[in-house]
Design a binder for this molecule. Structure first.
Ligand code: UGA
Length: 440
């Protein structure tokens, strides 16, 4: 099939390459000429494991191209909308500017029978508006939310946990147009569907809600365990053992129960806020009142770690040298959007500490956003002369860091384990003061 992918960020670039790898002829379109140039040369414009290989494989087939010109979408019969929906500046709602612009620019190029497939995370109601605007073009809209995780984007795109199609429906049943849309998408996803990946076919509203409901649940799970960490801190209990023990109950499950600095990134924080805002517009804000607490618990962890730094530094971080290991919002990513690591680093710097941050992949992005912070290329260089070291993003190389090697360069052996991934016994045996979130 001929496919266009509008928006080539973390979602669209991976989706375009994956669709070409599945055998389709794909053009990826983005307004950012530098990104298009990189992708056209089969270079990944951001760090994502497996993406360089996927791009190389897909480009070699001759089925994948990129362009900054929306007119290149003409001729494709399926158009995926993959643009970002960031948090609106100064507000707790989604900014739909990119969706609006991309859709308006795509509209002149769609033909009767084409499918416009929404993948962006949007406030419920957006799909219905866009479908309305397709009336008269003969093209149809499907809402097909995306669930990929950064760091696992290639695997999640090629082998998703599930596929969801939101199609036009009347009385809960797909209309003729809805049935046509499903048939076309079944062809697009023939390979994953043949692997037995579950498919949920539903209406527009449900499909849009599935995405924000899933992210809200994940955020709630993380904040639940971080709330338990607060209880553990008040009682001397250990949140990691608590998580193991409750996680053995299959109804609860151990995944996403890692207590620490909490969630960040370009998705969970802004999605729960936009969801609350939308619920307010729909007159059901009480239904999502708990998400306010989820957000608060999460933000409190960032404050708590600064307090911990103060505690281990005898009451003040003013003039103290702090090494922060990690800048990305999570390992295996160079994404620093709403990164807990950087927000804590900046907070400590504002409070008078001399902060040096390191990260294996995210320093360039971090320095562009936080030019006032100091950066070092390696953990050992960041930690040179440090009064306290904070592990903020659990990259493998920080999990496995040798306490004896680090001890040689620091001024004081004080380690804050912001992700509960170090072995306290090993660090204490090496002479370190070890403190963590939710662990004695
Ligand atoms: C999230 C969802 O997991 C994806 O399913 C979804 O498609 C994506 O958002 C999206 O909406 O596009 P992502 O933001 O890539 O994916 O990252 P996650 O793996 O969900 O991690 C989010 C944050 O939670 C990170 O800062 C991570 O460090 C933190 N986290 C995760 C914890 O603090 N504890 C955990 O146990 C798990």
């Amino acid at each position: 099939m001929r496919i266009s992918v509008i928006g080539c960020g973390y979602l669209g670039a991976v989706h375009a390459a994956a669709m070409a790898a599945l055998g389709h002829e794909v053009v990826g379109i983005d307004v950012d000429a530098a990104k298009v140039e990189a992708l056209q040369a089969a270079r990944a414009p951001f760090f994502e494991p497996g993406l360089p290989e996927l791009l190389a494989e897909a480009s070699a087939t001759g089925r994948l191209s990129f362009s900054a010109d929306m007119a290149q979408a003409a001729g494709a019969s399926v158009h995926f909308l993959c643009v970002g929906t960031p948090q609106k500046r100064g507000e707790f709602r989604a900014d739909l500017t990119y969706v609006e612009t991309a859709f308006a620019e795509l509209l002149p190029h769609v033909r009767p029978g084409d499918l416009v497939v929404g993948k962006s995370t949007v406030p419920v109601g957006t799909a219905e508006d866009l479908a309305e605007r397709l009336v008269g073009t003969g093209a149809h809209l499907v809402w097909n939310p995306e669930f990929l995780r950064e760091g696992f984007a290639v695997q999640d795109t090629l082998h998703p946990d599930r596929l969801v199609y939101g199609v036009e429906s009347a009385d809960g049943e797909p209309t003729e147009d809805g049935a046509h849309a499903r048939k076309v998408l079944d062809e697009v996803y023939a390979t994953p569907l043949s692997e037995g990946i579950p498919l949920v076919v539903t209406d527009y509203a449900t499909a849009q809600l599935v995405k924000v409901a899933a992210n809200s649940f994940l955020a709630t799970k993380i904040s639940f365990i971080n709330a338990m960490a607060e209880l553990c801190e008040a009682t001397g209990a250990d949140v990691t053992s608590l998580a193991d023990a409750i996680g053995y109950d299959a109804r609860i499950g151990r995944r996403f129960l890692n207590a620490g600095l909490g969630f960040g990134g370009g998705c969970l924080p802004k999605d729960i806020r936009a969801f609350m805002a939308r619920a307010g517009e729909l007159g059901v804000s009480d239904a999502l009142g708990f998400l306010k607490e989820v957000d608060s618990v999460n933000m409190r962890r960032r404050v708590r770690v600064v307090d911990l730094a103060r505690e281990v530094c005898d009451g003040s971080i003013v003039g103290r040298r702090v090494a922060v290991l990690g800048a990305a919002f999570k390992p295996n990513s160079d994404d620093v959007r709403d990164s807990p690591a950087l927000s804590v680093a900046a907070q400590m710097q504002l409070q008078g500490a001399e902060v040096t941050v390191t990260d294996p992949e995210a320093i360039t992005n971090a320095a562009a956003k936080w030019p006032d912070l100091r950066f070092a290329p390696t953990a050992l260089e960041a930690a040179r002369g440090a009064d306290v070291v904070l592990l903020a993003t659990e990259w493998d190389e920080y999990r496995s860091i040798d306490p004896d090697a680090l001890a040689e360069v620091v001024a004081h052996r004080r380690i804050l384990d912001g992700r509960n991934v170090l072995d306290p016994g090993r660090w204490r045996a090496a002479g370190w003061t070890y403190r963590a979130l939710g662990r004695p």
